[in-house]
Design a protein around this ligand. Sequence first.
Ligand code: UDP
Ligand code: MG
Length: 327
Amino acid sequence: MENNAFLVSIVVPCFDEADNIQPLIDRIQDVLSPYQHEIILVNDGSKDATQQAIESVAATYKSISYLSFSRNFGHQTAIKAGIDYAKGDCIVTMDADLQHPPETIINMLEFWGQGFEVITAIRIDDANLPWFKKWSSKGFYWLLSLISDENVTPQGADFRLFDKKIAAVIRNMPENNIYLRGLFSWIGYKQTTLKYKEEKRFFGSTKYSTKKMLKLASNGITSFSIKPLRIALAIGVMFAFLAFGYGVYAIIVMVLGLTVSGWASIVAAIVFLSGLQLMVLGVMGEYIGKLYLENKKRPHYLISKTNINGTSPQLDSYKQERRAAVF
Ligand code: UDP
Ligand code: MG
């Protein structure tokens, strides 16, 4: 395909990335200058000078636009907002910290030219990755594949290119608590993966606190599966049978006059069963909470400042109202 026959949109979520903006833009420009492109920087409620850095690069390049959230809405929502506003024939989502080498985009474009609609970049296992990050990520994907129906690509990190057709599908997803890795696996279409070597974060440290990571993990599990509820039910049924059996046993030993004082066994049973009940209730609460939050139908994000004229062109007015409120 001719380089100028299509427009590439690059969507970058930025949270406290002030020092990374300029180097990132330089790298992207180096790689993408032969292509028609736009870059959408989404400032996810940064507390540092990210907004100034963004406005400064936007003043230099007219291909750069930005959306600035009224507060921190999270990485996944920031990507979603960028997709809502992207006008490209294909859209790339990537991190702001240069861990995702822009050169990989060229390889992704080749696959797209061959007709693939979603191209997900997969990190080659890096020996330098912190021990905790590596194993927590491995453990999470193992758990996810065990208890959910989706086959989420491990080592994927929201570094992907997809066709505008897919962008339209994602835009019209009504859910508020979005989990993109699961969603991309759920939608189907013609997908492929390619490997990339993750670079070191350019400036600063990770913006994914343990709390944010746990939230993402819980969202990943509950967004795509009700298996935990079924597992809870299965455990409940199993223990009901056990309890019934134990009841029968208790009656028999009582009739036979074999009862002994069984304080320890009673306490153990109560503690164990009540712990189990609380766990099951917790799982249910997680889903009910999710229903509650989705039902409020609040906009997915609030934009306090942008240099994009008008609202997202691709959303109809009702969805527009729900998806993004701009003040
Ligand atoms: N990010 C964001 N909002 C957040 C946390 C992170 O927009 O609440 C962005 C961050 O600026 C970066 C990307 O998401 O562009 C990935 O975050 P990070 O590099 O900190 O995660 P890690 O690579 O350590 O998993
Ligand atoms: Mg990173």
